[in-house]
Design a binder for this molecule. Structure first.
Ligand code: ADP
Ligand code: MG
Ligand code: ZN
Length: 621
């Protein structure tokens, strides 16, 4: 903005200056024209009569001086010299004798030369200026045209860190994951001495407002290193290639300042999956993304620049970003659970006077689904409300009312989970967990949460103990049963079902279809592959599927998939009926604390019994 208005005023100055010069020149000529003017013939006559004592010639301008000091002006013709012209008018050489008359020839003044040149050059300058001005207006880019190619990265000095890990609460796992990065930045020598490769990129993933930006700043604050930040959406601005040169500029500055952090906010704006020639792709984004990758690959092992990127759409990121040596560290920021929300509340009420009736624990309970930004907003609303009512301290009632204001606010409408929804979510997730735990072939449950992550209402984190090279039919069936466990629990307990299982059903159906058509795991259809797939092998994406079987086989496939699904659902229900006590206590605990760790689950539902005894899976036949 600044430089744009500067440019505008300098153009105005230029125009002003030009018009002043033109005025001056005009005046100058007017003046010369005003004094007594003679014709050449009159001058010749006066010379012959010996009336003139001196004539000064300046280019074509003549100044005639009489013995009494009087002056007159005249003009000679441009084509020949003054003396030649006089002779043509009949003046003799004798009459021009220096004894009779002094003829002085002046070199044109330097100032006059400059004016002359300006007269030629100015119009061009003004034309160019005008063109440039119009062009820039057309671009509509403010000062963009002037500063393109230069990174807009803002540097925040790390010498006086304003944010530390103490300012971030409710994301213990994320903090733990980042602590290592802090150590790297603090003492890079320690790690380099042992030949360890410093991580180049960390990707922070989480819903908006969960504290990604805050946490990135906290890392630089903790480590006491400079922090460069730029937003992905800023790259996608103008000419193709500008984003790339900005990236280059940013990294050059950062490298000189290492160890430091480069924070790329909203990286999904540039890091979306690049097309494989399908549909349109955005050149600018691709070039910017490529440049980021080139810079990251180009780091020497001793470049202590760590790139931290944030996104709330990890699903759309280009796989190239996630390769080893790039953003190979991923840190997930979950929505905070009750304890987390209490911690965040504690941070944000710091320094604010609270009435004695304020109960932060109760506020935390009343705000399931809130993220850090919502809580900050809520505390602020409460303070505003209390101040407007001339209170000296914020009361519990102020907080409670501001919860509603935050929920009603834009984009926040569906954030808060109602008690009833919470209960359904708790049973749904507990259903997944119990069925998965009960099946000897299923993977292990690591964490259960009823606080939504992204679109899903809650989640049960199920991870294999080790990577499977081969997957057995029983394992696949166990996966399907586990996926259906959520819906089965809803039906068993509430005698009703919700939309919460749509993703589960989709994944379970896909698995069942795969078992039947691709893995030959159905007795009915035999060890055969049905359907031909066209894949872009190098991208690992499926493009289309071709049917190479008859209509009657298609019917059989559908029937077989349906049979697989319904028996699995029956299995899930049977398991939940058998372990109904465990289901109830797990759901109750989930309602209380919203997240449950592996260890807490072990207490409620000690697995080994089920895992060794096994629950017969009667799907196959
Ligand atoms: P994101 O980048 O994930 O969208 P921000 O980091 O910009 O979210 O968070 C916005 C504000 O919300 C922060 O400045 C901070 O005041 C508050 N906030 C968010 N998460 C937390 C947290 N985990 N602990 C404390 N404050 C938080
Ligand atoms: Mg942010
Ligand atoms: Zn589910």
């Amino acid at each position: 903005m600044d430089s744009s208005s500067n440019k505008r005023s300098s153009i105005i100055y230029l125009l002003l200056f030009a018009s002043i010069i033109i005025l001056v020149m005009y005046n100058f000529q007017q003046q010369t024209a005003n004094s007594e003017a003679l014709t050449l013939g009159e001058i010749a006559a006066q010379i012959r009569a010996g009336e003139i004592s001196k004539i000064t010639i300046n280019e074509d301008d003549l100044v005639v001086v009489y013995p009494d000091g009087r002056e007159a002006t005249s003009q000679k013709e441009h084509t020949s010299t003054f003396v030649e012209q006089l002779k043509e008018l009949g003046v003799t050489t004798e009459e021009l004798n220096p004894e009779n008359i002094t003829i002085e020839i002046k070199a044109p003044s330097a100032w006059f030369g400059v004016l002359n040149v300006l007269g030629y050059v100015l119009p061009f300058v003004m034309m160019a200026g005008l063109l440039w001005f119009v062009f820039r207006q057309a671009r509509g880019g403010g000062n963009a045209a002037m500063s393109f190619g230069q990174s807009k990265a803002r540097k925040i000095e790390g010498d006086n860190p304003s944010v530390t890990f103490a300012d971030v609460a409710g994301v213990p796992e994320a903090k733990e994951g980042l602590y290592e990065i802090v150590e790297f930045l603090k003492e890079p020598e320690k790690f380099m001495a042992l030949g360890a490769r410093i991580p180049k990129g960390v990707l922070l993933m989480g819903s908006p407002g969960t504290g990604k930006t805050l946490l990135a700043k906290a890392v630089s604050g903790e480590a006491g290193v400079p922090f460069y930040t730029i937003s992905g959406s800023e790259f996608v601005e103008m000419f193709v290639g500008v984003g790339a040169s900005r990236v280059r500029d940013l990294f050059n500055r950062a490298k000189k300042d290492s160890p430091c952090i480069v924070f790329v906010d909203e990286i999904d704006a540039v890091g979306r999956q690049r097309g494989a020639g399908l549909g349109g792709s955005h050149d600018e984004r691709e070039q910017t993304l490529n440049q980021i990758l080139v810079e990251m690959d180009g780091f020497d092992t001793d470049t202590n620049v760590i790139v931290v990127a944030a996104t709330n759409r990890p699903d759309v990121l280009d796989p190239a970003l996630l390769r080893p040596g790039r953003f190979d560290r991923r840190v997930i920021l979950d929505r905070p659970d009750i304890r987390g929300r209490e911690g965040i509340l504690n941070i944000h009420v710091k320094g604010k006077p609270l009435a004695s009736d304020v109960d932060l624990k109760r506020l935390a309970q009343a705000t399931p689904g809130f993220v850090g930004a919502d809580i900050e907003n809520m505390v602020n609303e409460a303070a505003i409300k209390a101040a407007r009512e001339e209170k000296t301290a914020i009361e519990q009632e102020d907080f409670e009312e501001s919860i509603e204001r935050v929920i009603a606010g834009p984009e926040r409408k569906s954030r808060l989970i109602s008690e009833n929804e919470k209960k359904i979510l708790a049973y749904h997730e507990a259903g997944h967990a119990i069925t998965t735990r009960a099946l000897p072939d299923a993977d292990h449950v690591h964490k259960i949460s009823i606080i939504s992550r992204g679109m899903a209402g809650g989640y049960t984190l199920i991870l294999p103990e080790k990577d499977h090279m081969l997957v057995s039919r029983n394992k696949l069936l166990a996966d399907i049963i586990g996926l259906l466990g959520g819906r089965a629990a809803e039906e068993l307990i509430f005698n009703d079902i919700t939309t919460g299982a749509s993703n589960d059903l989709e994944r379970a159906t896909q698995l069942a279809r795969k078992m039947v058509t691709r893995l030959g795991m159905s007795d009915e259809l035999g060890p055969m592959v049905y359907g031909k797939k066209d894949e872009l092998i190098f991208l690992g994406r499926e493009i289309s599927e071709q049917r190479d079987y008859s209509e009657s086989v298609a019917e059989k496939i559908d029937a077989e998939i349906k049979r697989l699904m319904t028996t699995s659902y029956q299995n899930a229900t049977d398991i939940l009926k058998k372990y109904k006590d465990e289901l109830n206590s797990l759901a109750k605990k989930l309602l209380e604390q919203e997240t449950i760790s592996k260890e807490e689950l072990d207490e409620i539902f000690p697995v080994p019994i089920a895992k060794t005894a096994g629950v017969p899976v009667v799907n196959n036949a």
